[in-house]
Design a protein around this ligand. Sequence first.
Ligand code: ADP
Length: 745
Amino acid sequence: MDKPLPDLPKDSLIRLLPSIADTGLSTALHFGWLLKEEIETSGDKAALARLHLALGDIEYGHYHLDSALSYYLSAQQGFEQETDTASQAEVSNRIGIVLDDLGRYSEALQHYNNALRFFKQNEDTAGLAMVLNNIGIAHENLGNFQQALDFHTEVLAYSTARKDTLDQASALVNIGGIYASWGNYSLALDNYLKALGFYIVKNSREQQAWVLNSLGNLYLDWENYSLAAQYYLQSYRLYNEEGNTAGEAKVINNLAIVYQENGDTDTALAYYHKSLELEYQNGDLKGIAESMINLGSFYFELEDYSKAEDYFNQARQKYEDLESSIGLASTYAQLAKVYSATGRLKMAKEYFLKSLESVRDQKNTLQELEILDGLAGVSAGEGNYRKAYEYLTAHNKLRDSVFSMQTEQRMLDLYHSYENERKRQEIELLNQENELRKIDLREKRERIKRQQITMFITIVIVLVLLVLIFLLHRQSSQRRRVNRQLEKKNQEILDGRLELLKAKEKAETADRLKTAFLANMSHEIRTPMNAIIGFTSLLSMEDYSEEQKKEFLHLITINSNHLMGLIEDILDTAKLESGQINIQKKPTDIRALLNEVFLSFLESQKAAEKEHIDLMLLLPPEGVSLVHQTDPVRFRQVFNNLLENALKFTEKGEIRFGCQRQNEEGQWVFFVADSGIGIPLDKQNIIFERFLQVDNSHTRRYGGSGLGLSICRALVGLMGGNLWLDSASGKGSTFYFTISDVPQT
Ligand code: ADP
């Protein structure tokens, strides 16, 4: 056969057992058996003992008390051979526990005492406290309450010294239990409440349930059923939450008692059955027996004696199996009461007496009272009045002692109960406050967390908004910039277009002007040329007199001059255009120059047959020097031009020309004024443009190239002055101009 076990040290495998048992008992046991076989072959006795201890624990965990016991006993033997006292202490204690559960209290005590010895040897104080506690419980089960109290008090001292609050609390509960058995309710309550306080602080919920159940028991004994029910319900809730069915079974049983005492028999019965069912489920023999006693008592009170007897007998069977003397004693008393009630007096007496013996051993006075009472009844029934009287006397004596003790105790209890209840409420209040504070703290923390989250979200939103606003702003400013650029470009294009249009217009105008100019020129040139050619041909003819021929020659001269002037104008314009005209300044006597102009213009006037127009030269008085640094040729040309225009556009009246000061110290201004046709205001600018005339039809009437004024303005500009005019349609014109140079004195 293959080795079915993992190749690990045996102790490791043993330590694995409890975890395997958690998943399934049969697997664990199977594994245990295989392990046992292997360890047995190896002959390792210590390991075998440890294995037995582990297997015992597993069986005990499943309420298999007999199997547990036999494993523990085997283990004990093994440890004894190995003289392993520490393990002996452990296993002896556990044997004691199983025997205690089996109701074999005296045997349990023997094993506990062994354990105590070993723990003392090994100075294991924790173990010591544990076993002392168990000894106390065993004595309690035996009815040795005083001894039990001594042990529990010792445990309390130990655990207080070790500051082990859980052990302290359990010792307090056990002490309380003993006081409760003695009817000392106030001390019982005191201890229970102290223990409850410890358990609440440690948050040991199952232990809290245990104490609450004990408190319920206390109030049940005290016949305060509503408080008892409250404690039981609290206890039930905790056991239920912790999934402790054994605890639940006990509390449900207690609740049933409360309902029974309150007269709600249906509910009570249902609870008893529920409790019994749970005990069966848990496989707790002692619990089952107790439940059956309770059910028997229930039916006894309902006077259903056969059912009562049935349950009591079943309970007796269980206690016999458990070998529980204390259980048997109470069962015998119960059965005796059934026999007595059903007239089976002999059996009743027998059972009462059986019980009395053991109850007296256990010093259970309350039960003893009940039995003595029963025995008195039975004896009376048998007609044995003497015996009946004896039992009654014994009963009364015992009752008196218990009663006086109880009355005294009750007074004390009443005194303390208020205090204790207050303390209990304080504990609860503290507990609630603690809870509330925890909830409050939690809420506060959550609120702060919520606030932080809200703040964070707000910040994020604000940031996102800011970024959005920034982006939008940037985009819109970019758009604005682009728009501006576009507008600018647009404007530039428009301007360009406008300029183009202007240029085009200008070009077209220039073109038109050139065409007009050419037409003018051809006319202007042809007219004098015709005259020259015509009169020259006439000269060669003999038909004309010498006088006439002289006239012809005169006309030829005039027309030649005119033609010459025209050609000069064109040449000047071309020179100005190409910048070829140079101003050659020299000191010039303007007075003399204008006098010459006057004289030569008289000739022109004559030639133009306009001698009727008054020609006036207006000059400052003789003493005023009119010598200027200027170009006399060009200066004279400007005057000639302006005077010719004046003559041309004036039919009658006068032509004045000369110079004057703008003001006393001011600049000299030269002028030519006429009383001619004048120039409309809107044309006063364009006449300075080349080839432009106020009215192109002028040409036909007055002749002219349209170059004169533009040449004048250009020449005056070159001489450093300005040319302007003052005129209105039909009211004559005055042309003014300045030159830059100051007069020389
Ligand atoms: P033009 O050779 O045609 O005289 P100008 O440049 O000298 O050329 O003169 C331009 C036009 O200005 C003239 O055609 C005329 O219409 C107007 N003009 C010039 N001088 C006078 C003036 N003294 N009186 C009225 N109109 C004048």
